[in-house]
Design a protein around this ligand. Structure first.
Ligand code: SF4
Length: 495
């Protein structure tokens, strides 16, 4: 089995450190978890500025906070990521570890590349990545755009008030019977065969919790044997079935391809998780602090978004988390969302939570399947229908709805919530920009208008194609595009 760059890098994070260094990191990690989630811990540190070691000890943390002051102490924060940080060796050790983890996140995004095996899907995903970087604000850089997610249950038993995907009530799980296992393996082989190593970016939950399926570990073990990667597990119910959780962690120890995540719902929940697992056992698990008192932000999607809207409607302050940053979605897949219970597959990509896409992801199309072969055909037909290789002449010519257009001489600017795009084209930039901002013509119409004004068809087509590939053109919904405009289609294809 080939080992990818991402897996090599990930294993190396653990292998190149001594067991003692890993133990130290595990305890720094526990300190950081308390710091982010627990106001009582933060207060205890503030009350004992001269003896943070005894506070840490009380919480079962076996490192001296004095050796990592830049990680948490207001007066020392300015030394973080500077040469002077060397005075606090534990802060340096932690920052180096985090650097390794961020590098791994970027490698995971690269692992979804399909340039050689499926150039059409590759180009579509790259376009979605560029769009996301511009449209998703603070959420953009942290998304790795996995190409597939499988739900192994229907609904979720946890029912978090903030659920960014508004998971529905639990209706049952997909058991690992002989028949289901055979379908599952056929589907994994289809994904692996069609998309190669990009299949390794997939995972097995969405608006579902892995621990709602008691056979979950058997499904992900198959995933490893067929694709070469053990998918990431994110669960808000790690204590629901301790044996299942330990089986998942044992698979991590064996194959070690990506960090798992436990969502922490309350300070009490954190305490129970810390009591059930040692710092060393949780070294491969990121704790995602979702409790109200944590120093984190909620995405503006799903139930968190609904809660804020209700507060606003009642004329109350709409603060639902300690921090607020431009966190627009928790969705991450640019590719296929599959539900094994309903036998559905949707083509999706992250977008900011909105009235139109309240769950923070856009659905381009949906298919139903019942066999592995039908599943493969569904993927192909979604690709055929929605992944245009170049900008179709029949599409409406308009910028993404979130972009603000600013005309300038020989160029124009497009402003998104976090990015300013400058488009330079002395020949037709100004006119093309104005026509797209107007938004009531087709792509072929825009080309025709500019050609009538004496601009070379190649120049116009090149500009429009660049805007399309940059993810700046709004993709139409099915039904929005006229079915047949043969001569116009040809005009676009000809360039
Ligand atoms: S956030 Fe996760 S665990 Fe909580 S309700 Fe949604 S899907 Fe379930």
């Amino acid at each position: 089995m080939n080992i990818t760059e991402a897996t090599k890098h990930y294993r190396n994070i653990f292998e190149r450190r001594t067991p003692e260094q890993i133990r130290t990191l595990a305890h720094i990690k526990r300190f950081m978890e308390r710091l982010v989630a627990d106001p009582g811990f933060r207060q205890a540190l503030a009350d004992n500025p001269d003896d943070p070691k005894s506070v840490a000890k009380r919480y079962g943390i076996g490192v001296d906070p004095n050796e990592m002051l830049p990680l948490y102490h207001r007066r020392y924060l300015r030394y973080r990521f500077t040469d002077e940080e060397a005075q606090w060796p534990l802060a340096v050790a932690w920052d180096e570890y985090m650097k390794d983890m961020f590098r791994h996140r970027d490698l995971l995004r690269d692992e979804g590349s399909m340039e050689d095996i499926h150039p059409r899907f590759h180009a579509w995903r790259e376009r979605q990545i560029r769009r996301s970087m511009s449209e998703l604000g603070g959420s953009g850089p942290s998304i790795t755009h996995p190409i597939v997610a499988f739900e192994l249950s229907e609904g979720c038993t946890v029912g978090c008030w903030f659920c960014g995907l508004s998971a529905e009530r639990f209706r049952g799980y997909f058991p690992y019977t002989e028949e289901n296992a055979s379908l599952w393996q056929d589907m994994l082989r289809a994904v692996d065969g069609m998309f190669g190593s990009a299949a390794r970016t997939g995972f097995c939950y969405w608006a579902t919790d892995p621990c709602d399926n008691p056979d979950y570990d058997r499904f992900i073990a198959d995933y490893y044997h067929i694709t070469g990667a053990l998918p990431q597990t994110t669960t808000a119910a790690p204590l629901k079935d301790p044996d299942l959780t330990r089986r998942i962690l044992a698979l991590f120890d064996k194959y070690r391809t990506v960090t798992n995540r436990f969502s922490v719902l309350t300070v009490k929940h954190l305490e129970k998780i810390h009591a059930a697992f040692t710092p060393e056992e949780l070294m491969g698990v990121e704790l995602v602090m979702q409790n109200r008192e944590s120093l984190t932000a909620k995405a503006d999607a799903g139930r968190a978004r609904e809660r804020q809207a209700k507060l606003r409607a009642a004329g109350k302050p709409d603060k639902i988390s300690e921090l607020s940053r431009d966190h627009t979605t928790i969705a991450c897949v640019s590719g296929f969302l599959v539900n094994m219970m309903k036998k559905t597959v949707q083509l999706v990509t992250p977008v900011p939570g909105s009235e139109r896409w309240p769950l923070g992801y856009r659905v381009f199309g949906e298919r139903h399947f019942s066999t592995g072969e039908e599943f493969r055909q569904c993927l192909e037909s979604l690709i055929d229908e929605h992944m245009a290789e170049s900008l179709p002449g029949s599409w409406p010519a308009r910028f993404r709805q979130d972009l603000r257009f600013e005309p300038m001489e020989g160029r124009f600017k497009l402003h998104s919530r976090s990015t300013e795009h400058t488009i330079q084209n002395a020949i037709c930039g100004e006119t093309a920009g104005a026509l797209l901002a107007q938004g009531n013509l087709s792509v072929a119409d825009v080309i025709e208008r500019l050609v009538e004004d004496g601009v070379s068809v190649l120049v116009v087509a090149d500009l429009l194609e660049k805007l399309f590939q940059a993810g700046l053109i709004e993709e139409p919904d099915v039904g929005e595009v006229p079915q047949v405009i043969p001569d116009r289609q040809t005009a676009s294809l000809a360039v």
